[in-house]
Design a binder for this molecule. Structure first.
Ligand SMILES: Nc1ncnc2c1ncn2[C@@H]1O[C@H](COP(=O)(O)OP(=O)(O)OP(=O)(O)O)[C@@H](O)[C@H]1O
Ligand SMILES: O=C(O)[C@H](O)CO
Length: 377
């Protein structure tokens, strides 16, 4: 030990997101804690797994003390799936990916034109039924590009073609839309504070819109993207074109638009909402060092992902922040601008990416040992 005084007072807050594909956010926190303790057994560690509204958001809420509830809802391809939401008192955290996320598609099978958010609407209804008055609606990681029409249909809206028949599921079905009837929307929605906790701030359509930017990751071809962009533009021309330009309208295949235009939702960056919900500020006030991270620290991280949000809040509080990650694709200057003093990647210890993924837990413990040596002794 070089500085006993520092060691005695060190209180570390581990507030990292998942390493997608290898460790959940809870596992990241456990492994970091184990590594720190091996070098400094008496170190005080508080863990607060974080998420940005996308997949892992309910898990983070549950780790922070929310009750996990489950509902059987419609998956993106019409099949029945089990989806979780989180509840504490009258606040619910509803993650659209639990109902309509890419994880519900078999590997390599996509449904870019027909995937529906109907199950997300059913999940919101389940939260209403459980007594929620504030709903944090985490969106991102979706398999869908239906502008939230499926969600609204599950909540009582009707989407009709020129013959007065319901249009088909998914963004593709919206091409035939002639009339929208919102009169049957669940009246309980009017009394609910619905917060759109979004991982992105894209508009609904156009060059930065949902189909163009996120369609390909859902299996859309170039032709599908053009079809979806036209269908969503048509849909917005009927339901309200102004909301289509709002930040977050293009989140999760346009479910942001549906929530903003028809459910009175208000947009907030997902990580900011989640830090509030998880109780980050009081945890920060108890800490002397913050460790954040995610699977890949890259250009995307800087655009509102969890580690950027954690680092900004910690820096504002005058605290030192270090990051852990699987792979690091940012130069030190970019990290510095984001408020991250230093980043530690698993790939520094193991050059084979496959081994890095398979052995992520033990490698992360070794990374945390290094952080303890650098910052706590
Ligand atoms: N153990 C690991 N070793 C090396 N790289 C990893 C490891 N785990 C994850 N990764 C990298 O991180 C990527 C996932 O990134 P990340 O966890 O930041 O999620 P994301 O795709 O940005 O989504 P989200 O917005 O939900 O966080 C993986 O594709 C992989 O390249
Ligand atoms: O689901 C999606 O389309 C992306 O995560 C952006 O929200």
């Amino acid at each position: 030990m070089t500085d006993g005084a520092v060691m005695e007072t060190a209180r570390v807050l581990v507030a990292a997101d998942k390493f997608k594909g290898s460790l959940t956010a809870v596992q990241v926190a456990e492994r970091v804690t184990a590594g720190l303790r091996r070098i400094v057994p008496e170190v005080q560690v508080e863990t607060l797994p974080v998420a940005d509204g996308g997949d892992g958001t309910v898990a983070a809420a549950v780790a922070a003390g929310f009750e996990r509830r489950e509902a059987r809802v419609t998956g993106p391809r019409g099949e029945t799936v089990t989806a979780a939401y989180a509840l504490r008192d009258t606040t619910a955290v509803v993650e659209m990916a639990e109902a309509s996320g890419l994880q519900h598609l078999p590997a390599g099978v996509f449904a870019p034109l027909t995937a529906t958010t109907y199950g997300s609407g059913e999940l919101l209804a389940a939260a209403l039924e459980a007594g929620a008055r504030t709903i944090v609606f985490g969106v991102g990681g979706s398999a869908t590009t239906d502008g939230g029409a499926g969600m609204l249909a599950a909540l009582g809206a009707r989407f009709l073609d020129a013959d007065g028949k319901p249009v088909g599921p998914g963004g593709g079905g919206l091409a035939k839309l002639a009339e929208v009837d919102l009169s049957g929307l669940d009246p309980r929605l009017a009394d609910v504070d619905l917060i759109l906790a979004s991982d992105v701030d894209n508009p609904l359509t156009g060059p930065k819109g949902a189909p163009e930017v996120y369609g390909r990751q859902k299996g859309a071809t170039e032709e599908d993207i053009a079809t979806l962009d036209a269908a969503l533009s048509h849909y917005a021309s009927i339901l309200g074109p102004d909301h289509a330009k709002l930040p977050g309208a293009g989140a999760a295949g346009g479910i942001g638009y549906g929530a903003l235009v028809a459910l009175g939702a208000r947009f907030r960056p997902g990580i900011e909402v989640m830090l509030d919900v998880l109780g980050f500020a009081p945890a920060l006030a108890r800490a002397t060092l913050v460790i954040t991270g995610e699977g890949s620290l890259d250009e995307q991280t800087l655009h509102g992902k969890a580690p950027a949000g954690v680092a900004a809040a910690a820096r504002a509080a005058g605290l030192e922040v270090v990051a852990v990650c699987g792979r690091l694709a940012l130069p030190p200057e970019a990290l510095g601008r984001a408020g991250i003093r230093r980043a530690y990647a698993l790939t520094e210890l193991e050059s084979d990416p496959a081994v890095c993924m398979a052995q992520a837990g033990p490698l992360l413990e070794r990374v945390a040992e290094g952080i303890a040596r650098d910052f706590l002794t």
